[in-house]
Design a protein around this ligand. Structure first.
Ligand SMILES: [Zn+2]
Length: 107
């Protein structure tokens, strides 16, 4: 399930002057890869999201979030966890779509 990625949307392409352009979003057949160090598995992802929560308070006033709906979500930055590269992340095919495997030790 790629449930987590659904509903994500990139900023409109009109923001081309901004220096921090996040990597494109992975799809069911693609994944992120750091072009600088080859990292496929570890990234720090910064997202901005606007959510609506159903907060249920008990009689003592203790709140509990019972439902959370993501209204808007945008990807701000994808940083490689290994080399701290920010503009180094590209999309490649997943292993079952002909892409590289995540474990370079086997080569
Ligand atoms: Zn890297």
């Amino acid at each position: 399930m790629e449930e987590g990625w659904r509903g994500l949307s990139l900023a409109p392409p009109s923001h081309r002057l901004e220096p921090t352009v996040p990597a494109p979003l992975p799809t069911p057949s693609t994944r992120w890869r750091c072009t600088q160090c080859g990292n496929l598995t570890r990234f720090d992802v910064t997202r901005t999201s606007r959510v609506r929560e159903f907060v249920h308070l008990d009689l003592a006033g203790e709140p509990q979030v019972e439902e959370r709906e993501v209204l808007t979500e945008s990807l701000d930055e994808v940083r490689c966890r290994w080399c701290q590269g920010v503009d180094t992340v590209e999309l490649v095919a997943r292993p079952d779509a002909g892409g590289p495997l995540p474990d370079p030790a086997s080569t």
